[in-house]
Write a protein that binds this ligand. Structure first.
Ligand code: GAL
Length: 712
């Protein structure tokens, strides 16, 4: 496939003149967001437009006799494709890819005018629209674009799946009936380990000693198909050998029980909306697995970037993905589109070993058996290898799926963490999963007081613990990974839902430490308080939780061992938070220096100090320092945190920061930002040029920080 991300022109307002290339328009590259958005108070009026994208396609003479397709991976939300003035097709879902055949109109050996009319309005005729929605839906050609040039007879689709029985099942769809196939299975080391040659389109290929795809060793194989019918055509797909099953008592991966400790992920970013390039998509999977210790993710509430899912494949992070929608079910033609979305989701994502469950209901909608019989039937027909779920908040609803995926918002901070399975599902013999919890039950900002941030973490711990304890839940997906922009009907008045365990830039709140400490990859130690007495009523610091994956924590006050903490009330968690009573502190005494040493197997593996400190500095974390410029632009996130001399986030440092980019990098957002809760971020994109670039971050009274990039 030929990347078609560069060389586009854009107009916020579509017109016939624009489509005829008669107007002057802005040059843009994909992924593209129709307008830069503010961090706070962005709204649909920032993107609800009918806009236009256009591009010249110089078709070489040797494309004559070939079939040529345009593939747009993400066009929010209704796209119509024109070539040389002729309408060739349209697509009515902003969350799945689609292909338009250009062959008939394409003039080979010549210049062709391609135009895309894009309706970014929240059109009630298609999912997810029709009523209120708790997230912004943005606009633009916000994923990648491709040209696919194929012989007359070519491979349209290659579906490959393999359980742990070492049989690869292949279904090949070719555009014509003739032609013979040679299909190779290639191991992660690049060796051919299985081969089929023949004329069938459905066949099995046995493989010996296949290495399984699992969470620790996500072995990925390739299936390379070559079709010969005069000319040859090739298609390669990646897949894994694994058996994923939801049973009455939990989730099993390759026969081994695995509790899915996950978070829900939206696909939005500050300033750039949905338009995040490959590197940022991949980084979110990395953050979930390595920074948040997750063992699963739910792509609420729609299919997400192939790069994100591909990284979940590589990281060994099981995914629950679902069709677009939010509570509302529209009329029959709306439902037809939702069924079409099931088809597109499954056909486009079914080779990913990380996907373990299809969500085939509209998130939190009411029962509608005729509609959901259709979605379930189609899912099972298109993918016999996976089970279905569908997210509801109602109990005992009609269970046409294999797994009762339930949003359990029952925990209010005082009661038990979860509802029991028999109170929720009508069928105890099927799988049971919490698809969401917490979220709006306890919105928490990075700049809320410490006590509140600690409580958010403890609420997540309570739900997670109780879900793990009862041996009935296959997993539990917290709402949600990061704060996100939303519609006026939700959020904190500034149209942000502060439900994340990280802020919108993926900077950690206290609850992130709860998740991080469940993993064992590296030593984690975080305190639920900076131990500053002025932050608590009547100086009563009360219960402080320590989030750690060590065996115990030694607490020192002014250098003297004060106590040893090792007991947790969260017994079902791999590493429950450890409470200790810091009690009431003197108003009139000298401030204390607290040191916490986390001890594992008799050794101190991590140590943090908490004491009042006015010596603040700026710290940064980059996605990468080496960016790649080429057939698309690259980007890096720069996460920014203000820390004190102990490395504790200075969460009341709401300070302005000036951001200056130099060289072949540009800011994808404003050049003055404010740290909120001592944290913020910026996104840097490449410009088309190569060489050394830098970004300087400065603020009055701070030593400025310059981060350097190389654009290759
Ligand atoms: C759920 C919904 C999510 C989000 C969440 C907030 O009802 O499915 O999209 O709005 O509530 O807690």
């Amino acid at each position: 496939m030929i990347s078609l991300c560069n060389g586009w022109e854009f107009d916020y307002n579509w017109s016939e003149e624009f489509a005829r290339f008669e107007t002057v328009a802005e040059s843009v590259r994909l992924p593209h967001n129709v307008k830069e958005l503010p961090l706070h108070c962005s709204s649909p009026s920032d993107y609800e437009t009918v806009c236009g994208y256009r591009r010249i396609i110089d078709a070489p003479a040797d494309w004559a006799g070939k079939r040529v397709f345009l593939q747009l991976d993400g066009a929010a939300h209704i796209a119509t494709v024109f070539l040389n003035g002729k309408e060739l097709g349209s697509h009515r879902c902003g969350y799945t890819a689609f292909r338009t055949e250009l062959t008939e109109e394409l003039k080979t050996g010549s210049r062709n005018e391609l135009a895309v009319k894009l309706d970014c309005t929240e059109n009630k005729d298609i999912p997810p629209f029709g009523f209120v929605i708790d997230y912004l839906t943005y606009g633009g050609l916000y994923r990648e674009a491709w040209l696919d040039v194929r012989p007359e007879n070519h491979i349209e689709d290659l579906f490959v799946y393999a359980s742990d029985d070492e049989i690869v099942r292949c279904r090949v769809k070719t555009s014509e009936t003739g032609g013979s196939l040679e299909v190779r299975i290639v191991s992660p080391e690049g060796e051919t380990v299985g081969l089929y040659t023949g004329n069938e389109r459905c066949f099995d290929i046995p493989v010996e000693n296949a290495k399984l795809w699992d969470v620790d060793n996500p072995n990925i194989y390739s299936c390379k198909a070559v079709l010969t019918d005069g000319e040859t055509d090739e298609k390669t797909e990646r897949f894994g050998f694994r058996r994923a099953e939801f049973k009455a008592d939990g989730f099993y991966l390759n026969g081994k029980k695995l509790f899915l400790r996950g978070l829900n992920r939206h696909q939005c970013y500050p300033y750039i909306g949905y338009a995040a390039p490959e590197r940022l998509q991949r980084q979110d999977a990395y953050i979930l697995k390595h920074e948040l210790g997750c063992t699963a993710v739910r792509t609420s509430h729609y299919p997400q970037s192939q790069y994100f899912i591909d990284e979940c494949d590589r990281e060994g992070l099981p995914v629950f993905t679902e069709i677009p929608g939010w509570q509302h079910i529209g009329d029959l033609s709306w439902q037809d589109q939702a069924v079409e979305n099931v088809r597109e989701m499954i056909e486009q994502y079914r080779n990913h070993p990380s996907i373990v469950l299809w969500g085939v209901r509209i998130n939190e909608s009411q029962d509608n058996d005729p509609f959901y019989r259709r979605t379930n039937r189609l899912a099972r027909e298109l993918d016999p290898s996976r089970q279905t779920g569908g997210v509801r908040y109602i109990t005992k609803s009609s269970l046409l799926e294999d797994v009762y995926t339930f949003n359990d918002f029952s925990h209010n901070g005082e009661n038990g963490g979860v509802l029991r399975k028999y109170d929720v599902t009508p069928d105890m013999s099927k799988g049971f999963l919490i698809s969401e919890h917490s979220g709006h039950m306890f919105p928490t900002k990075a700049f809320d007081p410490w006590l509140k941030r600690q409580q958010q973490a403890i609420r997540h711990a309570t739900v997670l613990n109780d879900a793990m304890a009862d041996n009935e839940h296959a997993g539990c997906f917290g709402w949600c990974m990061f704060d996100y922009a939303t519609h006026r009907d939700f959020g904190s008045g500034d149209r942000i839902c502060y439900h994340g365990v990280t802020d919108a830039f993926r900077n950690p709140k206290t609850a992130a430490a709860l998740y991080a400490s469940q993993g064992d990859e590296s030593a984690v130690l975080e305190t639920g308080s900076p131990m500053a007495i002025g932050d608590y009523s009547a100086t009563e610091v009360g219960t402080v939780y320590l989030f750690t994956n060590a065996d115990k924590v030694l607490v020192y006050r002014d250098g003297v061992l004060d106590r040893e903490v090792s007991e947790t009330p969260f017994k079902a968690l791999p590493h429950g938070p450890l409470p200790f009573e810091a009690g009431v502190n003197d108003w009139g005494g000298q401030s204390a220096v607290w040191r916490f040493d986390a001890v594992k197997d008799g050794e101190v593996v991590s140590s943090v100090t908490r004491s009042p400190s006015a010596e603040l500095h700026i710290e940064t974390d980059l996605s990468c320092i080496a960016l790649t410029e080429g057939d698309k632009y690259d980007a890096s996130a720069v996460r920014i945190q203000i820390k004190d001399k102990n490395g504790c986030t200075a969460s009341y440092a709401q300070i302005p920061l000036k951001i200056e980019a130099e060289g072949p990098v540009r800011l994808l957002g404003p050049d003055i930002v404010t740290a909120e809760g001592g944290m913020t971020g910026v996104y840097i994109g490449t410009t088309g040029e190569k060489g050394a670039g830098s970004v300087k971050i400065s603020s009055l009274g701070f030593e400025s920080v310059t981060v350097r990039f190389i654009v290759n």
